[in-house]
Design a protein around this ligand. Structure first.
Ligand code: DC
Length: 231
């Protein structure tokens, strides 16, 4: 019997990890878990309910009260917050601006890390974020860390925003990415970094298809090894 594995994918914004993780999961027949969407959903809840962002204990209390679920519609991952579809809402720029403050609160992270681990319990999961290989799933069967040059990441993010109807100057997008990278990698709580045993993939000159192929191939190899080991 083929055992379904747990796959961790981490990397900074614009590294292509979300699309790569989603498409790899689809090809593998695994469940895709977007942990950034969870931090975004909690941020949306906090803003909607006027919870004072600076009062950490109130933020943690609010985070503990909400229910976050994922459903799939075709190849789209839908995010439900207390049963309400918030898939588009959580991508709005004001959420992107506030999520950094929420995601650095240890109590919020503890709640989400527990939820993320429970989602990976049975295997067959591709989980994507910033601390999956280092903190959430330190024993993941395979870990990938995707990165790309800042210029390339800024171009990708700019086109992504344009597709959503948001036109921003290249330099503005680049500076926002640099700020986000700094905040994500320098925070005390689970900073963004590659796990020691992660496979590093520089996506600067790779297409999404190349990245997916690389990951799917590695997972298939590992699955085959597992079958041999357990026979
Ligand atoms: O991947 P994203 O842009 O949707 O993530 C939103 C924010 O959540 C980002 O600022 C980093 C944070 N995040 C995190 O701290 N840990 C994760 N595992 C995933 C995201």
């Amino acid at each position: 019997m083929k055992r379904k594995l747990t796959i961790a994918i981490d990397g900074p914004s614009g590294s292509g990890k979300s699309t790569t993780a989603r498409m790899s999961a689809q090809k593998l027949g695994y469940t895709y878990v977007d942990t950034g969407a969870m931090y975004r959903a909690i941020t949306l809840h906090i803003l909607n309910n006027n919870v004072p962002m600076k009062d950490k204990s109130q933020v943690v209390k609010a985070a503990a009260e909400v229910q976050i679920q994922f459903t799939r519609t075709g190849d789209r991952l839908e995010v439900l917050l207390d049963g309400k579809n918030v898939t588009d809402k959580i991508r709005e720029p004001h959420i992107g601006k506030a999520v950094g403050l929420v995601s650095e609160i240890p109590g919020v992270r503890a709640i989400l890390v527990n939820l993320q681990r429970s989602l990976a319990d049975e295997g067959g999961v591709v989980m994507e974020g910033r601390d999956i290989g280092t903190r959430v799933l330190p024993n993941a069967d395979l870990k990938f860390f995707l990165d790309a040059d800042i210029e390339e990441r800024a171009h990708r993010r700019q086109s992504q925003l344009a597709e959503q109807g948001v036109e921003l100057e290249y330099e503005t997008v680049k500076q926002e990415l640099i700020d986000r990278d700094t905040r994500d990698s320098e925070r005390d709580e689970s900073p963004l970094r590659a796990a020691d045993d992660a496979i590093l993939i520089d996506t600067t000159n790779l297409s999404i298809e190349d990245q997916v192929d690389l990951i799917v191939q590695r997972v298939r190899e590992k699955e085959a090894q597992e079958v041999t080991l357990h026979e």
